[in-house]
Design a protein around this ligand. Structure first.
Ligand code: ADP
Ligand code: ZN
Ligand code: ZN
Length: 803
């Protein structure tokens, strides 16, 4: 007898282990490790992953596997092992790790149904329940859920008259296209056409089309012959043709034509960066490279020529790009060079489209995937290289379970495949640059920009000075003048604002009261179009207040600046300017992002105004001015990476100007012009920033000098949240070594969210032998309370969100 060990689809501590199931004899040769199956679990039917096949089990009476969902394993041995690694390093459940590796379409969905156990019980059902079963033996839970017979129903279930059945729905629907073809042998086809009545002109035309084609899509046949569906039916009934379905991919870039490109002649610097990468590819040698190259220095060309070397070896490559910069421009560069060998994965695709791209990889129909974070799990089996572009981006860290960082996963996979990882950035994360300095990563440097003009000149404008000299506008005189100059010359400008909405918050000028969300400890944001205040954390909305809820004063005003407000002022100051706004509000519809960018690229606007979305990856030849309206917005966030993020963002934004023939210029407006993040970004001096920031990190004991783990406890009652956090902190102090520093308990920067109080405890440590085990003990200790009550504990072993 063969037995399968299955990880079932219940993310909980008690079920976080394989369960044994008998493999029915008929499937003994079919079932493989890494396939999805359906198994009985208690009263339910669940989806699960087969993680082992064996011949012995300690369990006496085994239940049998009920269905196999895949024809080939969806997780190979490497990915199964990677799942183990994720459970260990991020403290997630195995099922969450496996699900994170597959497209959402393959995640199981369940439907509950109430079924009559036997006809003989029909009359015994409670009179109020009976009508629901009057002419059927099963009723869906949806239909019953909101009726008033639930308690009766429960009794009938307890009595054994009714049972609860769970249906598993596989959402992974494949798209199919209808085709038609002759069903009579070739030599009889002409005769079949002649045998049709003389007036069946269209039917004849249809068949003639098929004479010259093996088969044709039904839709095409109908269009070209002008025949109707009815004629097709008649021909099928007569046995002349047949109709069948062929599996098809949904191709999001289907109508898009990508102009083919050839490898460029590399510069000396590029050549020197490429060589060690190619050597490592050829030698099957695992190594991590940090490609540190200023914006516009030609990193992408280096990536592409390295990929070429990988493909020459008959291997595959993964290229990760931050979601935000996975623009059509970026896709075009890879598709233009590698054509149909490329699959693209990002969140803009529908569930079906993502599933189809995944299947192309799984079936080995493509050699290269370009995608956002989760593309790191692409099921390639012969990986030759992994590239992470803009490696410093915090979007590579997943902020829900499994809380993995794509860089760690990349290194794990590359080690398994003995191939290189290339991390690229103009502003590497401190962690990576420090590793490169220590020789853990190999540093490759591109110092020169491709364009003749070099890096753009940056001017810093002190907005306090502007105010003092009477300028109350959000545009400094310098920025305004330069914008007008660009308009006159017919050149384009990009304006960057790190905010969304019309105005960030509403404050009373008399008493200082700020209107906050009733459920979260966050100020509400004013949205002008709807005239409402919204919470950006929980979605709570309320109408705009016209007087202060605290003191009744009518001097209640909007503070801060949002993209909408800038747009308004801009149209007032420069009425002749054509402005396009790009932020979360204007890009929520599918494809809006692309549309806005292509309009701007086609010169349909003079000024592109946007949030961080526009900071990355854009490359427009006519952009000669970049303005940052307020460089300080990120600087004061309660996050030890705030300065690093500000520096990175300013550098990225500046990098958008003057990438081609026309020289570029950057204007940064700020209230703290003396801050090193701003000053050094203006001088394009990454090295100096690195030194300064490292000294501060060392002083305050932050990464890369210490590892961090953040434990957040939340509960509707404040006292409970505090006391649990206190107990956890005490336990950690007792268990961890003297070197570990435990901060807290303290209230989280967002002290209340969704009506729950949030407390946290931060652990800084260098090495701790039993760290994972100690953290697991914490979870175990509160497991029961968490599954039964309102308590929630999240542990992030590499936090990027400090709020
Ligand atoms: P990065 O990724 O470092 O920001 P890009 O790869 O976008 O830089 O390169 C900037 C520009 O320089 C692009 O337009 C690219 O086509 C061009 N470029 C890159 N390498 C070369 C080369 N060897 N010769 C000519 N042009 C190049
Ligand atoms: Zn809220
Ligand atoms: Zn007031």
């Amino acid at each position: 007898m063969k037995i399968a060990a299955v990880i079932v689809d219940v993310p909980s501590r008690q079920t976080d282990r394989p369960f044994d199931y008998k493999i029915p004899e008929k499937w003994e040769d079919v079932l493989q490790i890494g396939m999805r199956v359906v198994v009985p679990f208690g009263t339910r039917r669940l989806q699960g992953f087969v993680v082992d096949i064996k011949t012995y089990s300690d369990v006496k009476s085994l239940k049998a596997i009920e269905a196999i969902l895949d024809v080939a394993p969806v997780l190979n041995e490497e990915l199964l092992r990677l799942g183990q690694y994720l459970t260990e390093t991020t403290l997630c459940f195995a099922i969450s790790a496996y699900q994170a590796m597959l497209p959402a379409a393959m995640k199981a969905k369940y439907e509950k149904e109430i079924r009559l156990v036997d006809e003989k019980y029909r009359d015994r059902l409670h009179p109020n329940v009976q009508p629901f079963f009057s002419n059927r033996s099963a009723v869906s839970w949806k239909e019953l859920e909101n009726t008033n017979v639930l308690s009766r129903l429960q009794k009938d279930v307890q009595n054994g008259y009714l049972e609860v059945i769970y249906h598993l729905k596989d959402k992974a629907a494949k798209k199919t296209i209808k085709y038609v073809a002759f069903s009579v042998p070739e030599e009889q086809r002409k005769k079949a056409i002649e045998s049709l009545p003389a007036n069946a002109v269209k039917q004849k035309q249809l068949l003639e089309l098929l004479l010259f084609n093996e088969h044709l899509p039904l839709k095409e046949v109908l269009e070209r012959s002008g025949a109707s569906h009815a004629s097709v039916k008649t021909l099928i009934q007569k046995g002349i043709i047949c109709e069948y379905e062929v599996e098809a991919y949904r191709d999001p870039y289907g109508q898009h034509h990508f102009a083919a490109t050839q490898p460029l002649m590399l510069t000396e610097e590029q050549q020197q960066a490429l060589e060690p990468i190619v050597n490592s590819i050829k030698a099957n040698e695992h190594q991590v490279f940090l490609l540190y190259g200023v914006t516009g220095s030609g990193k992408t060309e280096v990536y592409m020529q390295a990929i070429e070397a990988v493909l020459k070896q008959g291997k595959e490559a993964i290229v990760l790009v931050p979601e935000i910069s996975l623009t059509p421009q970026m896709v075009e560069r890879f598709k233009g060079r590698f054509g149909s060998q490329v699959a693209v994965l990002h969140s803009g695709l529908s569930i079906g489209e993502k599933y189809d791209e995944w299947r192309k990889i799984h079936r080995k129909e493509v050699k290269l995937v370009v995608g956002a974070r989760s593309a790191i799990f692409a099921p390639f089996e012969n990986l030759g290289m992994i590239i992470i572009d803009e490696e410093h981006e915090s979007s590579y860290k997943q902020e829900e379970t499994p809380r993995y960082h794509a860089r760690d996963v990349a290194i794990y996979r590359a080690r398994f495949h003995q191939c290189p990882v290339v991390l690229g950035s103009a502003t590497p994360s401190l962690e990576s640059f420090a590793r490169a300095k220590k020789g853990v990563y190999q540093l490759l440097t591109l110092t020169k920009r491709m364009s003749e003009n070099g890096l753009p000149a940056v001017s810093i404008i002190d907005m306090r000075e502007e105010l003092r000299s009477g300028n109350r506008s959000m545009f400094s005189r310098t920025l305004f003048e330069k914008l007008r100059e660009r308009l006159d010359k017919g050149e384009q400008s990009v304006l960057f604002l790190n905010r969304r909405g019309y105005s960030t918050f509403v404050m009373c000028r008399d008493c200082g009261h700020v209107i906050r969300c009733a459920h979260c400890d966050i100020s509400l944001t004013y949205h002008r179009v709807q005239q409402r205040l919204k919470c950006h954390y929980c979605g709570h909305e309320e109408p705009l207040a016209y007087s202060c809820p605290s003191c009744g004063s009518e001097h209640i005003r909007f503070f801060g600046t949002g993209t909408q407000k800038v747009e308004e002022e801009l149209t007032k100051l420069l009425p002749q300017a054509r402005v396009i706004r790009m932020d979360v509000d204007t890009t929520s519809r599918k494809g809006a992002h692309e549309r806005i960018l292509s309009e701007f690229g086609a010169g349909k606007a003079d000024i592109l105004l946007g949030t961080q979305m526009i900071a990355k990856g854009l490359d427009f030849p006519k952009v000669t001015l970049v303005g940052v309206l307020s460089a300080d917005t990120m600087l004061h966030l309660p996050d030890f990476r705030a300065c690093e993020k500000t520096f990175q963002l300013l550098t990225q934004v500046s990098g958008r100007a003057g990438r081609h023939e026309l020289p570029g210029e950057v204007v940064i407006q700020t209230y703290t012009p003396e801050h090193y993040s701003i000053e050094l970004a203006a001088r394009h001096d990454y090295e100096a920033f690195y030194q300064k920031e490292m000294a501060l990190r060392r002083f305050h004991g932050y990464p890369p000098f210490y590892y961090l783990t953040l434990i957040t406890v939340s509960h509707p009652e404040l006292i409970k949240a505090v006391s649990v956090t206190e107990k956890i902190a005490d336990y950690l102090r007792a268990q961890l070594s003297k070197e570990a520093i435990i901060l807290g308990p303290v209230a989280s920067p967002i002290a209340r969210l969704h009506d729950r109080y949030r407390y946290q405890c931060m652990i800084k440590y260098k090495r701790e032998a039993n760290f994972t085990k100690i953290l697991k003990n914490v979870v175990d200790r509160y497991q029961q309370e968490m599954s039964q009550g309102e308590l929630l504990i999240t542990i992030d072993t590499n936090p990027y969100m400090m709020m």
